[in-house]
Write a protein that binds this ligand. Structure first.
Ligand SMILES: Cc1ncc(COP(=O)(O)O)c(C=O)c1O
Length: 396
């Protein structure tokens, strides 16, 4: 079956965060929204049908996950990521970020340091600081147009209070799909220093251009015991509004600790729609996902070609994974202080401002390319138009 990713779907007035919060976020309603990380493509029919068919039963009481859900997760990890996991390692999670907050409570104490590698998905920050822990920033370095880890910097900064790392793999916003060597070097440092790896792999399935996602916990048994993997089908299949995730914990002791903390917050019961969606996604989603990835690659190539031809002063980090494009405006005529407003007012685009991801993102913007190609082209034309007036704007 051929899925149609060119279809334009009107999401306005569906209480969509991306569309219906534009006035609040950007100060105007008429920006093309390419910020928050969900897709403008239809959630696949096999997911909608699975939820709808469950809703045909008139009682929505407390419900277990659909039987077979964990079997299809095991199968998916094996086929898609070459990772052998056991059913009992899978534990429910109330979306990925809240699961990470629970892990913070379960495995660290107030005053401990948690490593992040900025620029990085910014909800990590308050998940650390608002729970009384400290951020230990190990910034990524740009090398040949892509980010790499700076492990010398990390080794210098680690102290006995460094207890956990939030690893973003694949990386948002940089689009890196970390290699086996990179992951192994980092994981070995964590093992030696007794630092628990919380590996956020929500973008695991969204890997492009022949790159391969390597689950951190698949590296070897020792690393697996020191890693907790946070996963969800929500990014891959566009079901973020269902707030459902799961964590994979191979170490029995750690699994018990996580489960206990989950129960302390009484978050061990998922929601029916999310669970049915997750089961249907992993059971039926392979063909749809392959076509999605093909379409996203087409979008990224289209964007890259357009930029090279029309706006070469904007440098893009071509993503190896995710549908997010990290764009560097520092060589353009626009003063970085005015960049955010320029993009909104002149390009009429709603992008994610780079500084949100840490001060390393100053002068950058993140564009979400998971939309019909015609919309992406409209956005690129908006950028071109804006830059025609850039000189005038700077003089204002
Ligand atoms: C790296 C990363 N982790 C987590 C999330 C959010 O996950 P959830 O909605 O399940 O909390 C996102 C969403 O963009 C993300 O990019």
């Amino acid at each position: 079956m051929k899925y149609n990713f060119d279809e334009i779907i009107d999401r306005q007035k569906t209480d969509s965060i991306k569309y219906d919060l534009r006035k609040l976020i950007f100060g105007r309603e008429d920006v093309l929204p390419m910020w928050v990380a969900d897709m403008d493509f239809k959630t696949p029919d096999f997911i909608i049908e699975s939820i709808t068919s469950r809703l045909n039963h008139p009682v929505l009481g407390y419900t277990l996950e659909p039987s077979g859900m964990n079997d299809v997760i095991v199968e998916w990890m094996k086929v898609r990521h070459g990772w052998d996991i056991r059913k009992e390692w899978i534990v429910a999670g109330p979306a990925v970020v809240p699961s990470m907050a629970i892990l913070v409570h379960a495995f660290t104490d107030p005053g401990d340091d948690i490593i992040v590698q900025k620029p990085v998905y910014f909800p990590f920050f308050r998940t650390i600081t608002n729970h009384g822990r400290n951020i230990l920033n190990n910034p990524l370095k740009a090398k040949n147009g892509r980010y790499v880890m700076d492990l010398d910097d990390l080794l210098e900064k680690i102290t006995p209070r460094t207890r956990m790392i939030f690893l973003c793999s694949p990386h948002n916003p940089g689009g890196r799909v970390w290699t086996e060597n990179e992951l192994k070097s980092l994981a070995d440092i964590c093992l030696k220093n007794n630092i628990l790896i919380v590996s956020d792999e929500i973008h695991a399935d969204l890997v492009l251009f022949g790159n391969k996602h390597i689950p951190t916990a698949s590296l070897n048994e020792e690393i697996a015991k020191n890693t907790i993997t946070c996963m969800s089908s929500s990014k891959t299949f566009n079901t973020a509004g269902l707030a459902t995730a799961y964590v994979i914990v191979s170490d029995l002791k750690k699994r018990r600790i996580y489960k206990d903390k989950l129960n302390d917050f009484h978050l061990n019961i998922g929601n029916i729609a999310g669970l049915y969606a997750q089961e249907a996604a992993y059971r039926n989603g392979a063909e749809w996902l392959d076509q999605l990835l093909n379409y996203i690659e087409g979008n990224i190539n289209c964007l890259e070609d357009y930029m090279q031809k029309n706006l070469p002063e904007i440098k893009i980090m071509k993503p190896e994974g995710t549908y997010l494009v990290w764009m560097d405006f520092r060589d353009t005529k626009i003063n970085p202080k005015k960049l955010k407003k320029f993009i909104i007012d002149e390009a009429q685009l709603g992008l994610s401002d780079g500084e949100l991801f840490g001060e390393e993102g100053y002068g950058f913007q993140r564009l979400n390319a998971a939309c019909p190609r015609s919309i992406l082209k409209k956005a690129l034309e908006g950028l071109s138009r804006a830059f025609l007036n850039a000189k005038k704007y700077e003089e204002k």
